[in-house]
Design a protein around this ligand. Structure first.
Ligand code: ARG
Length: 461
């Protein structure tokens, strides 16, 4: 193991098992670019404020810059025996610069350092997720505009309810993702505050300039309270909860695609490049991608639960429990990132079976509400109209007929208000869908307008 940078007061070596248990390098090593970025801003500030000599500050800046370049190219490597990423980076710097490197940690603690690193990391990760969610949204808009005239049975309780446009159905997911992106931006805003300068917990005796550091690192402001600065992980919890909600949306879309690709539905055909086979059943083509998206949602919920539980009841200020924040946080961000990418690929490689959707609407009584609405327009109270049409449906079911088999005379028999009605027009799925012309409904003009608003939502971001 690497020599400990805090070993002064210790007379015994750390037990090997304790070192292994305590170490976080295996999972926090990905923070090194942010750790160096934070150190650069900090040491520039130390020089500028006269806390360390300007030449020392410049030496350390140069050392950190070459170290970053060397870590990037693989010329340098973090010592796997180091306790954590902060120690690993500082040891490398010390090897290169000698004792002057020891001035970097002036007016700083690993507590405010790690909080800064994670916030920098999360800001980048949130921006990445936003971009990936946007690509999925664009694809949904594309599919929606290709399917303005495609109808399918809209369902509630998984029972045929009323015909809807496929475009309308797809746009529902667009709006879910728009809220997800708003939540990501919101989490980003509260992540965008600098904890550095809090020291271990109480602040620092040196005349530091936290606002300068915030500006250097691109933070909107500084965390007001040093105790809060080192002990707050709300930004991580908020981020993962936004990600959990996003994954919930992906799981719902995945579930529908899985159902729709089953032979019973047959609404969707997934490409061979996004499906997998069976090792025993030669005929199989399985929707593994969509199933994994559904499953990974559970995993991200686990990450959120882990974070909330780790932080629950923690007294101020920093506690080592908080080192456990990283794995669930990174796991949730990684999972959502690949999930959005793979969903985009899936949506690039599916074909909707428009004929099957249309056929599913035949004889499914999904325009019964339109018959009732017609009677209402003739002056019948809705409850009575519901009863009349319910009887018509009941009779059809008993006689094995579909609504669309009924003639105007059949209808007039059920209620005189139907006399002279254009029955086929009233009962047709397309007529039914188009009649839902009010804002937000599934009528053609309404969906066209919605599509335009979705497009402008995207463009405004
Ligand atoms: N590896 C630690 C973490 O991730 C860094 C902070 C350590 N601070 C301390 N006082 N031991 O939380």
């Amino acid at each position: 193991n690497a020599p400990k940078l805090w070993a002064g007061r210790f007379s015994q070596e750390t037990d090997a098992l304790v070192h292994q248990f305590n170490a976080s390098l295996s999972f926090d090593r990905r923070l090194w670019p942010y750790d160096i970025q934070g150190s650069l801003a900090h040491v520039k500030m130390l020089g500028k404020c006269g806390i360390i000599p300007a030449e020392d500050s410049q030496t350390i800046v140069a050392g950190l810059e070459t170290l970053a370049a060397d870590l990037e190219t693989g010329t340098a490597a973090l010592d796997p025996g180091a306790e954590d990423v902060h120690m690993a980076v500082e040891s490398l710097l010390t090897q290169r610069l000698g004792p002057v490197a020891g001035k970097l940690h002036t007016a700083r603690s690993r507590n405010d350092q790690v909080a800064t690193d994670i916030r920098l990391y999360v800001k980048d990760a949130l921006a990445d997720l936003g971009g990936k969610a946007e690509r999925v949204q664009s694809r949904l808009i594309e599919l929606a505009s290709q399917n303005l005239d495609t109808l399918l049975p809209g369902v509630t309780h998984m029972q045929h309810a009323q015909p809807v446009r496929l475009a309308h159905h797809l746009l529902a997911y667009f709006w879910m993702l728009s809220r997800d992106r708003e939540r990501l931006v919101d989490a980003w805003k509260r992540t965008d505050m600098l904890p550095l300068g809090a020291g271990a917990l109480a602040g620092t005796t040196f005349p530091i300039d936290r606002h300068f550091v915030a500006q250097e690192l691109g933070f909107a402001g500084v965390v007001e309270n040093s105790l809060d600065a080192v002990s707050d992980r709300d930004f991580a919890i908020e981020t993962v909860s936004a990600v959990a909600i996003l994954m919930m949306h992906l799981s719902r879309l995945s579930e529908e695609l899985i159902l729709w690709s089953s032979p019973e539905f047959g609404f969707v055909e997934m490409g061979d490049n996004v499906t997998t086979g069976s090792s025993i059943m030669p005929q199989k083509k399985n929707p593994d991608v969509a199933e994994l998206l559904r499953g990974k949602t559970g995993r991200v919920y686990g990450d959120l639960t882990a974070l909330l539980t780790i932080m629950k009841s923690l007294p101020l200020a920093y506690n080592k429990d908080m080192q456990e924040d990283k794995e669930p946080l990174f796991d949730a961000l990684d999972t959502a990132s690949i999930s959005l990418s793979v969903l985009h690929t899936l949506l690039e490689n599916i074909a909707f079976k428009i004929e099957r959707m249309a056929r599913a609407l035949h004889g499914d009584f999904s325009t019964a509400t339109d018959l009732a609405d017609y009677l209402v327009r003739q002056g019948l109270p809705f409850r009575q109209a519901h009863e009349v049409v319910g009887k018509i449906v009941g009779r059809c079911v008993a006689e094995g007929r579909a609504l669309e088999d009924l003639s105007a005379d059949d209808l007039a028999e059920a209620s005189p208000l139907f006399t002279g009605v254009d029955a086929p027009a009233l009962i047709s799925p397309r007529g039914s869908a188009d009649a839902r012309a009010a804002y937000g409904g599934t009528g053609k003009a309404a969906v066209e307008a919605q599509l335009e608003r979705a497009q402008s939502w995207l463009e405004a971001r």
